[in-house]
Design a protein around this ligand. Sequence first.
Ligand code: ZN
Ligand code: FE
Length: 722
Amino acid sequence: MDVEGSEEGIRSFTRALQEEAPENAEIAEVQTSTEPLFGYPDFTIRASAAERGSANFLPRDIAVCEDCLREFNTPGDKRYQYPFISCANCGPRYSIIKGLPYDRENTAMSEFEMCRPCAAEYRNPGDRRFHAQTDCCPDCGPVLKLLDAQGATVESSDPAAMARKLIRQGRILAVKGIGGYHLCCNAENPSAVQRLRKLKRRPHKPLAVMVRNIKAAYKICTISDQERAILTGSRKPILLLGKRTTEYLPEAIAPKQKRLGVMLPYAPLQLLLFSDDLNFLVMTSGNLSGLPICYRDRTAIETLGTVAEYFLTHNRAIEIPVDDAVVKIVDNHEVLVRCGRGYAPLTIPLKSRYAVLAMGAEQKSSVCVAQNGFAAVSQYIGNLNEYGAYRTFERQIEHFKGLFHFCPEIVAHDLNPDSLSTRCAKEQAGRKIAVQHHHAHMAGCMAEHKLTRDVIGIVYDGTGLGTDGAIWGGECLTGSRSEFKRSAHLEYVTLQGADSVVKEPWRCAACYLFALGLDPPGFLPQINSTSLHAVQTALQNGIQCFESSSMGRLFDCVAALCGFQGEITYDAQAAVELENLYDTNISDCYGYRIHNTENGWILGYEELLRNLIRDLQNQVPSSTISSRFHNTVAEATADCVGRIREKTGLEEVVLSGGVFENTCLLERLILKLRALKFKVYYNRLTPTNDGGISFGQAAAACAMIKEKEYVSCNSGQSNQTE
Ligand code: ZN
Ligand code: FE
């Protein structure tokens, strides 16, 4: 900005800029310098110039604002009930951007030429729609369409009213939103919900509910003031809320869960789906189980036509798919569970001398680019072993490169050479840096909290290749963002089976039982003994066996011992159901042992499991067993951390990894560590699960470069514009 005026005027302007910035503005830093007086006659916004080497800022998608909502609800207003109403303070951004700078011609709105009244608003500095790139009205903007399952237009003067009628009749609709399609049905209609589950091939994973307004949200969940602010704010994520004890909605929406994912309408189009007798809608990502969200009209019809009976769609394109973000409150702080619309891309300060591209993990993939002092982390992409997700992943990398004029000099990837993200890294230009998975978790959490001194990093998760070739996941690391030592870990157990050991928790239990010299059939009555014996034979012959210190697998083992049957149908289902058995009234725990070895402390499982099995034999309720188990893991971890402090003097503890999605465990551990006077940090801005790995890899790589000076780095390639 060029600002002219009296010294005092400029000072107060600079202050106001920061103190009175609009809700959606984010000011990272203000730098001022004095320039010769130019004598501007008026206030103008100049056409943006494509900037090279700019910071990685992209505007996020913003939920419909109060002002627009008022117009939307005012009969006679030119945008009354117009599903694409927006202004300079709201509307889609990231999801419709084709290039930077963020101007209309670089967005999906370039298809729509503004009518004269809209253009006048756009040019008027006094108008709310001054420079609003998404400005449009029924005369010049996108229009709604209703299609049948084959994609043929259903003639209707009011497609939204027709859609409401169909939803009321129990039909399943695909609705085009901001970052992709949703599958939608009446949440109060149990048979519609069941049918949606069956057709989407999603038997158990909780479904998100969109509520008509905040009043409706109170009917189904308990909501604190902090939670209310998130629900009604400008990002409108899916918020995980505690269900009311008398369930208002069918159990099938979130079976065996104490929490429910709830969001408010954020696209004006979604407001049209509700009515006085339609207050709760299932709004789940428009995809088939495991595949990425559909966002192109033709693929949506091809893919979702088997589930949706109708499509409520429109002619504004979505440029980049963005799922809804998922957040929750932990320890009185908002925590991001899945990065998506409204949050993506995350912009986080990160010092780097080079342009760094980080490839993320194979599961819950995301990518991160870091240059010029900031990292941008993409939305959740999915599991790369699904072809569609892999394609989206590749496209996302190219999209970032194009938007940020970004050319990677350093490519950070996982240590595991077989990981698909590592394979993709090999195809990128730039120097490769491998980052161990759990170190990436720790480094990401450290960078998020700007920690630069050595810390203790507790990283509990499912799977990650360790430096010794074993599968890690119950790790107490010590070190910095650039290097680490393994100070303690969960005792190794031999697990059998490649992917099946993750999918079938009883296999974990069987392996642990064998390790303890116990006979699995006695403890896993729900599993047939032939399967158990097959595992035993394979273990004895060393077929597909590997050493594991994974905390995630220990949770799976205990979940199976508590009765979890068969295969999981969504990620970490067994552990999630175990957490839902947790009873806050039970505070005792099992005995456990920590062994001191030359390789650090080893947290043993034998004592713990033998105690737990005694409870099982005494038919102690599984909620008690679950609670005692959670308490023990928290207690034993705090114990380990205490021992490490005695040896190292480190007082700052970082908690990261997918297992800490378990709020019960995380909150217990935070309390215990604080009681021991530790400074405790956990992921808030980035997901604690593998969605945060790309940022962690970038953080680790940046720190490694700083310390090691990669002279051979090809810096000539930096920031070239095409
Ligand atoms: Zn608005
Ligand atoms: Fe992980």
